[in-house]
Write a protein that binds this ligand. Structure first.
Ligand SMILES: *Cc1c(COP(=O)(O)O)cnc(C)c1O
Length: 409
């Protein structure tokens, strides 16, 4: 029998959207390593090594640093399901679509959301965080770091200290910034931070690194996380049961600990991918990597402006790895994206909610935060816009991007 469908052969696209981005070839190679048993000593050693690498990526000494098997949202859900109890007041900083995702998950597990809202494109001031803490007296504060929907990054450095002062736990969704923009888990006093591989870490979607402070782990372990018949020997908490089995961080911590109490089967090939992605990031050096992403962002911004288009948002709070571009008058934003894909094999993306159809987002993340990929993308965009009748300054975008890349230090 011939195969039902042709042998799988995906196009080689240049992914300059908001994630996933192209995967580093070393990561793809690592994924081709043979699958071994989950309790094989070489497998558990690989888990320990991966945890150590992610401590360095997150810039933390947290003992409990591990992977959640699933995309970034899986780690977000694990963190919130394991921290939030029914009736718990949770302060949510909402700067975009992903702040709304946090809200949704918290409400599903019975938390009481105390929102701090700003217009899309803005961030929450430390002053506003202080006021909200005093008004609501929450037990937990959650925030997105870089919200890819608005391309803005919430400053976090001062929030952790406020949380410690008021005895509030602090969770951060750093999916879009981990490995691309500075994130200092320990120095900023973050209790739990989560990420994903497919943004600045240059891996495929499907594994989500998480790190947890001792005080967060204490709270999680104090909750009931029993699985009848398997873990009678494991100490049990008395608090409200964690309302998920797969995302029960207490059980996942026990699985990643020396006791290796069985939970799920660690997703072997994704573990290899996560390990290799972190190795590559640390070989480059985290600071060098942040610099490369900032340089790439500066080149995109300079190129877009020189072309005569408008960049979305405020320069001071812009993410370096994703840039919003206002769709110019007189063109169909979806048609432009589709021409970029069909004529140039390049993907850029739209946005969500109030920004749907209003902006495009151009990402330069992981291996794609590279000069030539930015120049190719800008040249392609210029050509497509010109052919669609939009007035652009021909040639100026790539020249300005080249100059900005060279000038960046
Ligand atoms: C991409 C992204 C997510 C979702 O990640 P998935 O891997 O699709 O689950 C969550 N939060 C932020 C800030 C993101 O940019």
């Amino acid at each position: 029998m011939p195969p039902i469908f042709p042998v799988l052969d995906m196009p080689q696209r240049l992914l300059m959207g908001a994630g996933p981005c192209n995967v580093h070839p070393r990561v793809l190679r690592a994924m081709a390593c043979d699958v071994i048993g989950q309790m094989d000593p070489e497998m558990t050693a690989c888990m320990d090594e991966t945890a150590e690498l992610y401590r360095q990526v997150f810039r933390t000494r947290n003992r409990h640093t591990l992977l959640i098997d699933g995309t970034a949202r899986a780690a977000i859900e694990a963190a919130l399901v394991s921290l939030v109890t029914p009736g718990m007041k949770v302060l949510v900083l909402r700067i975009g679509r992903f702040g709304l995702l946090l809200t949704e998950i918290i409400e599903r597990v019975g938390g009481v959301v105390c929102p701090v809202d700003v217009s899309w494109g803005e961030v929450v001031s430390t002053e506003a965080v202080k006021e909200a803490i005093e008004r609501y007296r929450p037990e937990l504060l959650v925030s997105v770091h870089g919200d890819t929907s608005t391309t803005t990054a919430q400053p976090l450095a001062e929030i952790g200290a406020l949380c410690r002062k008021h005895n509030i736990l602090f969770y951060v969704d750093a999916t879009a910034t981990l490995g691309g923009m500075p994130l200092e888990v320990d120095a900023w006093g973050i209790d739990i931070a989560t990420g994903g591989l497919q943004k600045c870490l240059g891996g495929p979607p499907g594994s989500a690194p998480i790190t947890m402070s001792e005080r967060a782990v204490e709270v999680i372990m104090a909750r009931r996380h029993d699985e009848a018949g398997i873990r009678s020997a494991a100490p049990q908490g008395e608090g409200p049961v964690i309302r998920s089995n797969y995302f029960d961080l207490a059980m996942i911590i026990n699985y990643w600990s020396a006791e290796r109490i069985n939970h799920h089967t660690e997703a072997t090939s994704m573990l290899y991918a996560a390990r290799e992605a972190a190795q590559i990031a640390l070989e480059e050096g985290m600071d060098a990597r942040f610099m490369r992403h900032a340089r790439a962002g500066a080149a995109v911004v300079a190129g877009i402006r020189a072309m005569g288009l408008k960049v979305y948002g405020d320069d001071r709070i812009r993410m370096s790895n994703v840039t919003g571009v206002w769709v110019p008058e007189g063109c169909d934003p979806n048609r432009v994206r589709s021409l970029l894909r069909t004529e140039f094999e390049i993907e850029i993306v739209s946005s969500f909610g109030p920004l749907t159809g209003k902006i495009w987002r151009i990402g330069a993340m992981g291996v794609n935060a590279a000069k030539h990929k930015i120049l190719l993308t800008l040249a392609a965009l210029e050509s497509v816009l010109a052919s669609e009748g939009v007035k652009v300054v021909r040639g100026a975008g790539i020249d300005a991007a080249r100059a900005a890349w060279e000038a960046y230090s």
